[in-house]
Design a binder for this molecule. Sequence first.
Ligand code: ATP
Ligand code: LTN
Length: 338
Amino acid sequence: MDNASEKKKVMLSGIQPSGDLHLGNYLGAVKNWAELPDQFDCYYFMADLHTITVRQEPKELRRRSTTQLAQYIACGLDPEKNTLFLQSHVHEHAELGWILNCYTMFGELSRMTQFKDKSAKHADNINGGLFTYPALMAADILLYQADYVPVGEDQKQHCELTRNIAIRFNNLYGETFKVPEPYIPKVGARIMSLSNPASKMSKSDPQGCVFLMDSPEELARKFKRAVTDSDTERCVRFDPENKPGVANLMNIYSSVTGKSYSEIEAEFDGKGYGVFKPQVGEAVIESLRPIREEAEHIIADKAYLQEVYTQGAQKASAVARRTLRKVYKKIGLVEKPF
Ligand code: ATP
Ligand code: LTN
């Protein structure tokens, strides 16, 4: 590693392979990550250990973990420039996760809104892992001494808790962890569901969700059916309050074409939704086509994928090991002689 790259700030994030990647994940997260490796030392992983806090079909979890990696790469995350890995392949995550459990308070964990939401949703499986999820997430981040964590609004509370855990630990044992900051990308695309523009596009709502691997026919169908609004005006105008469905489609169209809202309004002046919706669909189809094709190509090349996640885990583990060793020493565990 040369001096210049040594000085780069560390950026780290993960997505749970709990469903296939969708347009919201792409425009709100992965697309922005792909622009960062020149400026930052970047680590991106599949948070498979977090995913099992909700019951999974083992075969599907295995499939999604590697196809998510293929999609990361197809979206522009170059494995040569970013460290890409599966969380479960770097055992330091689970080990530091356990330790940080002992420095995270019951009261703090009880206040997490994601825990409250998920326990309401999965009332038959409120397991210990769901409760201590944020301590593992803190371990993910602190192992790499990350400076920045690009996350959406919903993960800010977990990032705040990570900061508190790091500060608490540092106060007890001296400087050990970098205290990370959430990183909100400049283009903070928040994509809403096509079937219900009041809620965000999410893999748990497949109806209004545009998956990166959807076929062009499927995409065209979903955009044709997208909810717009019931006013009589039926014109393409950016008005998120009164026309949230149209605003969402304009946001998507703008994100994939780079056109401004006024350019879009001019383009569809007097044309109505019957022209607008298929055109947005067409633009999305064209922008996702190379990603889907590249991802399909990568998914078929199992040896390449394995090589990427092996090298990623080895690189990640070398960094994580240093932090974990430091922690073991500080808290009084006997150093491993082998
Ligand atoms: P779930 O359905 O389990 O809530 P999700 O589909 O909302 O999952 P996450 O795994 O929570 O996705 O999010 C992964 C990343 O993608 C996060 O950085 C998040 O901010 C971003 N993201 C998710 N959904 C959207 C969206 N609709 N618009 C913009 N960004 C999004
Ligand atoms: N909790 C996150 C996924 C996640 C993560 C992380 C994000 C797990 N560990 C570390 C950033 C940093 C989610 O559900 N989106």
